[in-house]
Design a protein around this ligand. Structure first.
Ligand code: ATP
Length: 360
């Protein structure tokens, strides 16, 4: 049956005078891969630890599969945690590391053997069963740590920066493997990272946190294309931000005055003179040598001067300085660069609908 597997209801966590999680409410669905994303110190780990039962909320409630658990100790909750530091027992081989928890629980020997082998098969390390941690690579150790958590058949697997210690190539490979494994098993994953690219590639939904506050929850596409706040727009990917005030508005469009530049955007229910920020992704904008001939307010067109070109392989990031000295980053195909040099005038343009208007 579908429904929330994890529910946080108005959860607050204080350490002394310091509130590190503010009134956080979040539903995580059964079988979902949800990522808590945010900068260092924003409260991701504390939130995860409250789900695990390692921290007690100052106020608010935690539900797991329909039951309130905020007063239950960690060992009574049907969840397992995988940490960045794998915390494997160095003197035990891979098999015994995975079997350890089942032995403590006095599970029958044959059942242990069957479950350990299955867990090792899932992470594709059956042939490494007799190796000690020191004889395994970082990625293999992390897969053993994941097998050790999965062998308990938890309802929820909590993963705290599990790929943080791996080099970039292995990390990318493990992202794909972990995502496949999660889909195959259908276990609910709550994954913590500060790496926005990792969150975008792996998650069904992302919960973006900032200073203990949940800023936005949504699919990767929601978060990227329709950021709800300035923080989310800046934290995820690259974005250009223009600040201004609403000047005119009708049912379809509004006109925003950004320091003398007129920027059209899709209409929102906002009063005139409201202060707003318009966020435009570099890839949603284009550059031209002269204003593009269009009907009135078909395109936002701003004059600027080429300041810098940064070669990035197939694409080039082109920085244009707008009136008022505002930098704007656009992208060009490296093999189709406009014939302009540093200091030359050109125009930045985009469709009004591609500017996301933010009020906070
Ligand atoms: P990181 O990505 O660096 O791990 P995070 O988003 O996971 O950061 P938390 O570890 O949840 O952040 O910490 C949030 C805040 O709570 C930090 O300011 C941290 O110093 C503080 N904090 C965490 N645990 C405790 C504790 N036991 N006592 C006091 N303060 C704490």
């Amino acid at each position: 049956m579908l429904g929330p597997m994890v529910e946080l209801q108005n959860v607050v966590k204080r350490f002394g005078q310091h509130t590190v999680v503010h009134d956080l409410s979040l539903h995580i669905q059964k079988g979902e891969f949800l990522t808590l994303l945010g900068p260092s110190g924003c409260g991701k780990t504390t939130t995860l630890r409250m789900i695990a039962g390692f921290e007690h909320p100052t106020s608010g409630k935690v539900k797991l599969d329909g039951e309130f658990v905020q007063d239950l100790p960690a060992y009574s909750r049907d969840v397992n945690t995988v940490f960045q530091s794998y915390a494997l027992f160095p003197h035990l081989n891979a098999y015994e590391n995975v079997a350890f928890g089942l032995r403590v629980k006095k599970v029958a020997r044959e059942e242990i053997d069957q479950r350990v082998k299955q867990a090792l098969r899932l992470v594709q390390l059956e042939e490494y069963a007799s190796r000690k941690p020191e004889q395994l690579s970082g990625g293999q150790r992390q897969r053993i740590a994941i097998a050790r958590a999965l062998v308990n058949n938890p309802k929820v697997l909590l993963l705290d920066e599990p790929l943080g210690a791996l080099d970039q190539k292995l990390r990318k490979q493990m992202q794909v493997e972990l995502k496949h494994l999660q889909k195959q098993l259908g276990v609910t994953f709550v994954f913590v990272t500060h790496d926005q690219e990792e969150a975008l590639t792996m998650s069904d939904r992302i919960a973006v946190m900032n200073k203990g506050v949940l800023e936005q929850v949504g699919t990767p596409a929601d978060i990227y294309d329709r950021p709800a706040t300035r923080f989310v727009a800046e934290f995820i990917g690259e974005t250009n931000l223009l600040t201004g005030t609403v000047k005119l508005r009708d049912s379809r469009r509004m006109l925003i005055d950004c320091g003398g530049m007129e920027v059209a955007a899709a209409s929102l229910q906002l009063p005139e003179n409201e202060k707003v920020t318009v966020a435009i992704r570099p890839e949603k904008s284009a550059l031209s040598l002269a204003p593009v001939e269009t009907g009135i307010d078909q395109l936002v067109q701003l004059p600027g001067r080429l300041t810098e070109r940064i070669y990035c392989g197939g694409i080039t990031r082109t920085v244009v300085t707008l009136p008022g000295g505002i930098p704007f980053v656009a992208v060009e195909k490296t093999d189709q660069l406009l014939p302009v040099n540093e200091g030359d005038e050109l125009f930045v343009n985009w469709q009004p609908e591609h500017g996301v208007v933010l009020t906070r």
